[in-house]
Design a protein around this ligand. Structure first.
Ligand code: PGA
Length: 256
């Protein structure tokens, strides 16, 4: 089997946006993406803007997704949004297990695994986030934390995965998110190589591993040149059309 991992850049808008601002951001971004060779590109706006973003991005090289999802398909779950609903909105990706969801919404490793399965069941692609906190990093627990977070996901996927199953893993050290700090390139590569080993053992050899946490136009090239970094999950810089398109160009350079 040939292993092809198309580089992927996904913008996580978090709880940012407004109709006017979304439109100008996307128009500027599309104008900035002039090069012929592009990576796969997605943006994940808050739920209320998914339909607008979908309408603006139809027939463009950019696809869209959501930032979280219910593990349930339908029913009495006030305030939740299901994967079939996101499918109807034309989503391609759903981010699950972002550290802000784990932290502020008490999402557990098991709940994240159930969400990933719900996403796959609806024919969408989960982007499953893992990553250690500052304390865990300082006490040398990074790989153990990642193993703990990945374990229920890999177990759940073993039950549902087939050759066509596509999941994406995003390694996001919590201490690097929104802080301007990033691990050293060697540090990023070491964690990605560890995740790759786990994915290979689970038969998920095509899985892309994104790096997230303070990726900017100025450091993307260096990070995306690492052998096991297949692209990025971008927060703050995804709200700046110029920075985001520079990041997309850096990911495209992996293809040449
Ligand atoms: P950041 O966020 O790029 O603003 O650090 C990344 C993320 O939270 O996905």
């Amino acid at each position: 089997m040939t292993i092809v991992r198309t580089p992927l850049v996904v913008g996580n808008w978090k709880m940012n946006g407004a109709f006017g601002a979304n439109q100008s951001l996307l128009e500027n971004l599309l104008r900035g993406l002039v090069q012929k060779r592009l990576p796969e590109i997605g943006v994940c706006p808050p739920f209320p803007y998914i339909a607008q973003v979908g309408a603006l991005l139809a027939n463009t090289p950019i696809v869209w997704g959501a930032q979280t999802v219910s593990e349930h398909r339908a029913g009495a779950y006030t305030g939740q949004v299901s994967a079939p609903m996101l499918k109807e909105l034309g989503c391609t990706y759903v981010i699950v297990g972002h550290s802000e969801r784990r932290q502020y919404c008490a999402e557990t490793d098991d709940a994240v695994a159930r969400q990933a399965v719900a996403v796959l069941d609806s024919g969408l692609m989960p982007i499953i986030c893992v990553g250690e906190s500052a304390d865990e990093e300082a006490t040398g627990q990074t790989l153990a934390v990642i193993d703990r977070q990945l374990a229920p996901v890999l177990l759940a996927l073993a039950g549902v995965a087939d050759e066509g199953t596509t999941v994406v893993i995003a390694y996001e050290p919590v201490w690097a998110i929104g802080t301007g700090k990033t691990p050293t390139p060697e540090g990023v590569q070491a964690v990605h190589a560890h995740i790759r080993k786990r994915l290979d053992a689970a038969g998920l050899v095509q899985t892309r591993i994104l790096y997230g946490g303070s990726v900017k136009g100025s450091n993307a090239e260096l990070l995306f040149a690492l052998p096991d970094v297949d692209g990025g999950l971008i927060g703050g810089a995804a709200l700046d059309a110029q920075d985001f398109s520079t990041i997309c160009t850096a990911a495209a350079n992996r293809m040449v």
